[in-house]
Write a protein that binds this ligand. Structure first.
Ligand SMILES: NC(=O)c1ccc[n+]([C@@H]2O[C@H](COP(=O)([O-])OP(=O)(O)OC[C@H]3O[C@@H](n4cnc5c(N)ncnc54)[C@H](OP(=O)(O)O)[C@@H]3O)[C@@H](O)[C@H]2O)c1
Length: 337
């Protein structure tokens, strides 16, 4: 065990990207467990765009992290001491661990125990075979519901959710177009993941690229970004198109809400169905999604990709990486083996 329990506590609310004033890094004693509790050594932490929303001033689907409170985050760890029948020593668990080395389990916020012997890397359990994969699964297959031959567009396509969502749409027989930043990510989408087309939104001619990539319009928008990209996609939506509104990352560091999309009227004209969703609402159905996704990973029909950052102290830096597009696939921080 390490000497103490490092924890990042929220010091002040950022007004843009997080910086060195946003968190206080403290080292406390490793907590001791009472009857019914277990001590978890956190080993991997999931970096999610929603982490930034949780430290903003307004409640979202969860209350904001309070000033002085530990940063909320999903993670994966191992039970190292236990006085609980639910969490035997050695069990691998995932859930809300926070940005800390050690956590004590609580009945109010149970952790999920990973079945022993799953033949995947632990970090994949925070990505494709975790909350991220479930978001892609339900958002694409149930809300987007692409049909064979339809055109599906995914923004932030080379990221954690987008890269899985696109592959699932391909399996349905759709024509899949990803939007991502830079030629490398675009090449990765086409050459490695089998997307039909990729649009580099950092190129000057990205609107022309989007038009050329969607000659028959767009039937499903898996929306991760918002802002100008969403506006351009909305302008190309077909009759009875579906929008799975998953995220609006382009605005998460802003203090003012983005202006409404000027192309919103096309949703009316084209009878578009737009549904926002929060993956927590599907929690009871995670086993179904994880079984399906796990089968695809095992069969080699679903590629998983992670960007791993080493070291607990890197957590705030890692959060900013999401907004600079410095990850491909799932971004995770590795704390300890
Ligand atoms: N509804 C839910 O329950 C739920 C659950 C999980 C995630 N989400 C949402 O899904 C989206 C993707 O999340 P993720 O975890 O998979 O993250 P991610 O896609 O792995 O990482 C974020 C990516 O967004 C792109 N990006 C960042 N700022 C951008 C901007 N201003 N314009 C365009 N692209 C930008 C970057 O890629 P580029 O290099 O391509 O710019 C970056 O790699 C987020 O909006 C997130 O909030 C929603």
């Amino acid at each position: 065990m390490s000497e103490g329990n490092r924890r990042f506590l929220l010091a002040e609310r950022p007004t843009g990207p997080v910086d060195d004033k946003t968190f206080n890094l403290v080292t406390e004693e490793i907590p001791t467990i009472a009857d019914g509790e277990a001590l978890v050594r956190v080993k991997w932490i999931s970096i999610d765009p929603t982490n930034r929303m949780w430290i903003g001033p307004e409640p979202t689907y969860l209350p904001p992290v309070g000033i002085g409170e530990e940063m909320r985050a999903l993670g994966l760890g191992e039970v190292v001491e236990s006085k609980s029948d639910d969490y035997p020593v050695g069990a691998i668990v995932t859930g809300l661990t926070g940005w800390q080395d050690y956590m004590i389990t609580s009945a109010a916020m149970p952790l999920m125990t990973v079945p022993a012997g799953i033949p995947v890397e632990p970090q994949t359990l925070l990505g494709t075979l975790g909350m991220t994969g479930c978001t892609a699964y339900f958002g694409m297959l149930e809300i987007g519901d692409p049909q064979e031959g339809e055109t599906v567009v995914i923004s932030a396509a080379a990221g954690a959710v987008g890269s899985v969502a696109g592959q699932l749409a391909k399996q349905r027989g759709a024509r899949v177009v990803g939007i991502a930043g830079g030629p490398e990510k675009c090449a990765w989408l086409k050459d490695e993941l089998g997307f039909d087309e990729a649009v580099d939104y950092k190129a000057d001619d990205w609107r022309a690229q989007l038009k050329a990539a969607t000659p028959n319009g767009i039937d499903v928008d898996f929306e991760n970004v918002g802002g100008e990209i969403m506006e351009a996609v909305f302008s190309r939506l077909n009759m009875n198109a579906r929008v799975a509104l998953c995220g609006l990352i382009s605005g998460y560091n802003d203090t003012e809400p983005a202006p409404g999309p000027r192309t919103f009227g096309n949703l009316l004209v084209q009878r578009v169905k737009l549904q926002g969703f929060i993956i927590l609402d599907y929690y009871a159905r995670f086993p179904e999604a994880l079984e399906a996704l796990g089968g695809m990973v095992a069969a080699g029909t679903l590629r998983t990709e992670e960007t791993v950052v080493e070291g607990f102290e890197q957590l705030p830096t890692a959060l900013n990486m999401l907004f600079a597009g410095e990850n491909t696939g799932k971004l995770v921080v590795h704390i300890e083996d």
